[in-house]
Ligand binder design. Structure first.
Ligand code: PLP
Length: 395
């Protein structure tokens, strides 16, 4: 039945497992383990656990299984494995499938921790990693040589919001038999059609839009049953990055409202991008959902024209003006999460991307005046008015 449901219905009902009490709200099975009726039953379950049979919460748990199934249904993936954080999902998916001598091609514009995993950790174990400009298809084509094992990118990069062509890069990867892994946080599960467009593995930090209320860290790896159960699960269950049942419950509750939140946030983000176009205090307004964005045509085909919940503003006066602007805001908070119900602004050059040397910041377009805004669910007009008054105070 759930195959016929639209994503919005799947996000509310998908994967529900009711106990004998018939609870309406998903139950939290806050237990590390499960009792076996007999010694024989224990032996049998360790040999081959059935659909509804669990062994230890690091391997799986009914509440976590609900979240995994709901996310798989939502993304159109065969299966999923939930993790303790988005980074446990990114590092887990990559490490589970790679070995010394493998070659990975990745977009250069990455979330700082993703960059660390690819650049500093995988290479330490003998994996070769080449970085390319994610928007340059010729660069992908040149780098994805025969023998490439995996291709990795964020479908929309942080914080400069470059959009990578999922279908085109996946086609190049599949020509040489490489697995395509996408960190899809900025696209959100609401606007993603990544599996249909060619992705083999889709990864989310559930901390962002899925929780959407700033409460818990979590992540998920989505892919084929074969990849999730034969490659990811053995790695995750033995290395310990599994999601806790309490977190899974928070994420299930988040999923119920995610579509409503994300659509409202996206509408406000577009309204802000429109209101701020050409503002004298701004060198650039970067929003993939706005016609002025270089890859807006790709956003039309890849994300149904929706640019997501984040926009970036480049203030003419550099860091000093950017700081004055941030300090003059009265509604959004200064923090570094995104996808939250509360609007959040951050100054990447001095926070999330502080670690990067200046030449890398330059290459990624992380200028001193750049601020990233994750648009929340507050009233759109209130947000526009607050941003405009803060810009006025900053210049
Ligand atoms: C936040 C984020 C992550 C990491 O997720 P955590 O839940 O914080 O571990 C990975 N990739 C992207 C694009 C992110 O925005």
């Amino acid at each position: 039945m759930s195959e016929k449901w639209s994503p919005r219905t799947r996000a509310v009902h998908g994967g529900t497992r009711r106990s004998q009490y018939g609870e309406v709200s998903e139950a939290i099975f806050l237990t590390q383990g499960f009792v076996y009726e007999t010694a024989e039953a224990a032996a049998q379950r360790f040999e081959a656990a059935g659909e509804d049979e669990f062994i230890y919460a690091r391997y799986g748990n009914p509440t976590v299984a609900m979240f995994e199934e709901r996310m798989a249904l939502l993304e159109g993936a065969e299966d999923g494995f939930a993790t303790a954080s988005g980074m446990a999902a990114v590092s887990g998916a990559l490490t589970a499938m790679l070995k010394a001598g493998d070659r990975v091609v990745s977009a250069r514009a990455l979330f700082g921790s993703c960059l660390y995993v690819l650049e500093e950790i995988l290479t330490r174990y003998g994996v070769e990693v080449e970085f390319v400009d994610g928007t340059d298809l010729a660069a992908w084509e040149a780098a994805i040589t025969p023998g490439t094992t995996a291709v990795f990118f964020e479908s929309i990069s942080n914080p400069t919001l470059e959009v990578v062509d999922i279908a085109a890069v996946s086609a190049l990867a599949h020509k040489v038999g490489a697995t395509v892994l996408i960190d899809n946080v900025f696209a959100t599960p609401v606007y993603s059609d990544a599996i249909a467009q060619g992705a083999d593995v889709v990864i989310y930090s559930a901390t962002k839009h899925i929780d959407g209320q700033g409460r818990a860290l979590g992540g998920i790896i989505l892919g084929t049953k074969e990849f999730i159960r034969k490659t990811v699960e053995p790695y995750m269950k033995h290395t310990g990055g599994s999601m806790s049942p309490f977190t899974a419950w928070i994420m299930l509750k988040g999923l119920e409202t995610m579509e409503l939140r994300v659509r409202a946030q996206t509408a406000s983000a577009l309204a802000l991008a429109e209101a701020l176009q050409g503002h004298e205090a701004l060198a650039r307004v970067i929003y993939p959902g706005h016609a002025s964005h270089a890859q807006n045509p790709l956003v039309q085909t890849q994300m149904g024209g929706k640019g997501g919940t984040v926009l970036s503003l480049d203030l003419v006066g550099g860091q000093e003006t950017a700081f004055k602007f941030l300090n003059a805001l009265s509604i959004p908070v200064i923090s570094n999460n995104l996808g939250d119900a509360k609007s959040i602004l951050t100054h990447p050059a001095t926070t999330t991307h502080q670690r990067l040397p200046q030449d890398q910041k330059d290459a990624l377009g992380i200028t001193p005046g750049l601020v990233r805004m994750s648009v929340g669910i507050e009233d759109t007009d209130d947000l526009v008015a607050d941003i405009l008054q803060a810009l006025e105070k900053a210049v």
